[in-house]
Design a protein. Structure first.
Length: 325
């Protein structure tokens, strides 16, 4: 059951405090970066929102002697990834409104890992559990509506009826995997995704995008890595949070002597560990996005700047410049 807004916001603040205190255990010298969330002085005149900080500070990790980014220690040890390889953040106004109104947060999850096949059937449960653990005393209801083989354009058409039925505060969209298998034209994919995200936002519903999976073989496919970048571009352009599942899995695969196999089942579907890590990763992006300060403006709310990194395996990939405020 949900408690008043103050309890929910206190839970979010405690989550950030845990994140910061755990991170300090890795540092061997003071970090020269700002905290993930910048407190604003209420007496200062209205200014555009500052760029969003998307990762923990870089620290010198013991025994390596180089500037290495710390992993996000709020995650389970087997799921820990540096923030810049895991998420980009943006405000989630509709979810904040649900907290203020003391009502359950309704989540609609669509995409490849929500289809209810084998281990995937447990993902909505893992996600709901992770969200309620992170947002203490907040009731979260996850509705899963994945469809086998569905590409972005088809999901966009179905979303109209799903939104009317579920009335979600938040849509979590794991997008791109089926489009990649179908070799959908990249521009058509980007246009369908962009149009649908705009439609969702136009109905005062928040969106979190989740990029496709990583495997070493797919990382050598220029088309596939271009599609991953297309998801990043849409998230940047529309100012919505992005869970960089590709980069997160790539990092975990290279950190484990079993490669990506310990996270994957058959046909690139995630196994139990992979699904649990993804639920934690999505939850982390949502929690930190909820802690983003509301924009201070005189009538027009600017989008936060998002820092995006293309897949490092992509051939000839060029860094994507951050969006303007």
């Amino acid at each position: 059951m949900a408690l008043p807004q103050t309890a929910a916001l206190l839970a979010l603040s405690l989550s950030l405090l845990w994140y910061r205190s755990g991170e300090s255990a890795y540092a061997q010298e003071p970090a020269a970066h700002q905290d993930p969330v910048v407190k604003q002085d209420p007496v200062v005149k209205a200014v555009p929102p500052a760029p969003t900080v998307v990762s923990p500070p870089s620290v010198v990790v013991a025994g390596q002697g180089a500037d290495v980014e710390a992993v996000d220690v709020a995650l389970s040890p087997e799921c820990r990834v540096p923030g810049s390889k895991l998420y980009t953040l943006a405000r989630l106004g509709a979810v904040k409104d649900a907290l203020k109104e003391n009502r359950p947060v309704r989540v609609l999850a669509i995409g490849a890992s929500t289809m209810g096949l084998g281990a995937s059937a447990t993902y909505p449960v893992k996600l709901e559990t992770a969200l309620e653990r992170s947002l203490t005393n907040v009731d979260v209801v996850v509705e899963s509506r994945g469809l086998q083989g569905e590409i972005a354009s088809g999901a966009g058409e179905r979303l109209r009826s799903m939104v009317a039925e579920v009335e979600p505060d938040l849509v979590i969209w794991q997008v791109g995997s089926h489009d990649a298998l179908a070799r959908v034209d990249l521009e058509a994919f980007g246009s369908a995704l962009d149009e649908t995200v705009q439609w969702i936002k136009g109905h005062a519903i928040d969106v979190v995008l989740v990029s496709p999976v990583y495997t070493a073989s797919l990382a050598k496919d220029d088309y596939y890595t271009s599609l991953v970048r297309k998801v990043q571009e849409v998230a940047q352009r529309e100012g919505v949070p992005l869970v960089q599942r590709y980069e997160a899995m790539r990092y975990l695969a290279r950190s484990n002597d079993k490669g990506e196999g310990h996270l994957l089942g058959t046909q690139f579907r995630l196994n139990e560990l992979g699904l649990r890590c993804m639920a934690e990763h999505v939850t982390r992006a949502i929690t930190l996005s909820l802690l983003q300060p509301d924009p201070v403006s005189t009538g027009t709310a600017g989008r936060p700047a998002l820092t995006l990194a293309p897949p490092n395996d992509a051939v000839g990939a060029k860094p994507t410049p951050p969006a303007g405020p």
